[in-house]
Structures are given as structure tokens and as C-alpha cells.
Design a protein. Structure first.
Length: 302
């Protein structure tokens, strides 16, 4: 059981295998003030910086639930949750932090039904929170191109099968590009799985331009060692990449009972976000908060 001062105990037995120990999480974020301090350190690691004039000094207005920082130079007022995924939310910071914790679980994540139950909030609120977190993750992923030796190819996501051997493309199967950055020892460093839009498919085959589009969008411009196969559902022989694709497909199907094409990319980016941090041995929970406190969700969803 994990107690976060939310009115009653919350059963979080499913978190026992998380990279962050439950007791450590509980002790670190007991109060709203603990969360505020963590957000401050993540948002302004060098101290307050006015988003309008970059001045470093501010008055603190504590009459609200979330303190306001008023710049001593231009008088601009900024909240700690301005330009974060939490902007405009009435949900407590402790519940937001628990949502970050649940999303950060390796190979698990969470869905809106479970989050609603854990946090004692409505399904609509839970869905909105997860949507904002996933948009922040996707934004970061799109700004981190593949580097080094890049290999990959095409496959598909299917909500009803984990097999990728068929060459027939059905309506329920969504074609995707999957690619990996490797070092000189063929050790995976970063993975991307990106959906392929219908504009690049003709007569059940991929147009030649699909490879160029993927490279322009998701591979560093100074890369020269690129091997991406465009024949349908075939890869260079990369065992690890095949495993990651199977894992992503299994995770989405088991956690969300399949995903339609409208939101599929957000879930693929979420899977790759955790995987890539795991490959780099970076603490997922802390990095997720860093991403969510430095991403203006209102601008992304505008």
C-alpha cells in the first residue's frame, strides 16, 4: 500500500518492480510542498528566470494554491506550472506526480481506467492528464533524431496479432517505420517507431519517397551510415529491433486492448521514451518530470 495523503490508501502493488522504490517515492513526495520544490528545481535549476525578460529576481505571491512569481523588473507573473503539462489543471500536484510515476514504469505504463481508480478522479480527467503527458513525450521524441549507425525498416502494428510474417496489409494493420541507432559494437542506443501515413502508400506498397521522408524527419542530418529497408515488412537482421517491435505491440495490446490509428503514434512514442532512457540507464521518473515541467502543453495542443 502507498499512502500519499489523498484521503485514503491507494493500492499500488503493481508498482513493486518499478525502477524507483515505492518507499523512496512515498518519502520524497509526501506533500504538495515537496512537489512544488521539485518542480521549481526542474523548471528553474539556476533559480527563477522571468520568461518575458530573463530577469533573475522575483517577488513570491503565496495567496494561491500554486505560488506566483512576479518579476521585479517587468512585473510579469509566472506560476510554477505555467508552460508545463499541469498548466490550468485543478488536480493536486501529488496526483500529477503519481501519474508521472505510473507512466514511468518500465514495460507497463498505465491507462486512463487504472489511473482514474488509483487517483480517485474521473475517467475524463485521467484521460486528459495522460494525453498531455504523452504529447509532451512525443514532442521530445520528435526533437531527438537518430544518430550514429542507423538501421531499420517497415513493419506494422496490429491490434489482433503479434505476428509480422504476413505480407498482406489489412485495414486493422497500421504500417510503421522502425529504426535503431547503433554504436560500432552494434549496441542499441536509441529506437524510433513511427507510423506511415496513407500518403506514402499506393496499391498496398510503399512509395520510394517514404524512406526519404523518414530520414529527413527522424535521422540526424550529418549521418552517413544509414541502412533502412523499404520493402514491406522486412528488416536488416537486427534481433534487438525485432524484439522491441514485438514488445511495443504486446504492451499496447495488453495495456490498452489495442489502439486506433488516431492516437497510435503517441503510444509508440511513449514506449520508445521509456525504452531509450532504459538503454541509456537514465532514471525514467525524474526525466519524465523534467520533460513535463519544460513543455508548454497549451502551445502543443493549440
Amino acid at each position: 500500500m502507498l499512502y500519499l495523503n489523498m484521503g485514503k490508501d491507494i493500492d499500488l502493488n503493481l508498482l513493486s518492480n518499478n525502477h524507483l522504490d515505492i518507499k523512496a517515492f512515498q518519502n520524497r513526495f509526501k506533500t504538495e510542498e515537496d512537489c512544488l520544490q521539485f518542480i521549481y528545481q526542474s523548471k528553474w535549476p539556476g533559480g527563477f528566470t522571468c520568461p518575458r525578460c530573463a530577469n533573475k529576481q522575483a517577488y513570491v505571491i503565496r495567496s494561491r494554491r500554486i505560488p506566483l512569481y512576479e518579476c521585479r523588473n517587468c512585473r510579469h507573473q509566472a506560476s510554477l506550472i505555467t508552460d508545463t503539462v499541469m498548466e490550468g489543471s485543478r488536480t493536486s500536484l501529488r496526483k500529477w506526480f503519481l501519474a508521472f510515476y505510473l507512466v514511468s514504469r518500465i514495460n507497463q505504463g498505465t491507462n486512463a481506467v487504472k489511473l482514474s481508480s488509483f487517483l480517485q478522479i474521473t475517467y475524463k480527467t485521467a484521460w486528459s492528464m495522460l494525453r498531455k503527458i504523452r504529447h509532451a513525450i512525443s514532442h521530445i521524441d520528435n526533437n531527438q533524431p537518430l544518430t550514429g549507425i542507423v538501421k531499420g525498416g517497415t513493419t506494422f502494428y496490429s491490434p489482433f496479432s503479434n505476428s509480422s510474417s504476413t505480407l498482406d496489409l489489412y485495414l486493422e494493420q497500421k504500417p510503421v517505420f522502425a529504426a535503431v541507432s547503433l554504436n560500432r559494437n552494434d549496441v542499441p542506443l536509441q529506437v524510433k517507431i513511427k507510423t506511415i501515413t496513407p500518403a506514402y502508400i499506393s496499391n498496398n506498397s510503399f512509395l520510394p519517397s517514404v524512406r526519404l521522408h523518414f530520414i529527413e524527419e527522424h535521422v540526424s542530418s550529418d549521418n552517413e551510415d544509414i541502412n533502412i529497408e523499404t520493402k514491406r515488412f522486412r528488416f536488416p537482421r537486427i534481433a534487438s529491433l525485432r524484439k522491441y517491435i514485438r514488445d511495443a505491440r504486446t504492451w499496447i495490446n495488453q495495456t490498452f486492448n489495442g489502439i486506433g490509428s488516431k492516437y497510435l503514434q503517441l503510444y509508440l512514442d511513449e514506449f520508445c521514451f521509456r525504452l531509450n532512457l532504459q538503454l541509456r540507464n537514465v532514471p525514467i521518473f525524474q526525466h519524465l518530470i523534467h520533460v513535463c515541467t519544460r513543455t508548454s502543453i497549451t502551445k502543443l495542443l493549440a
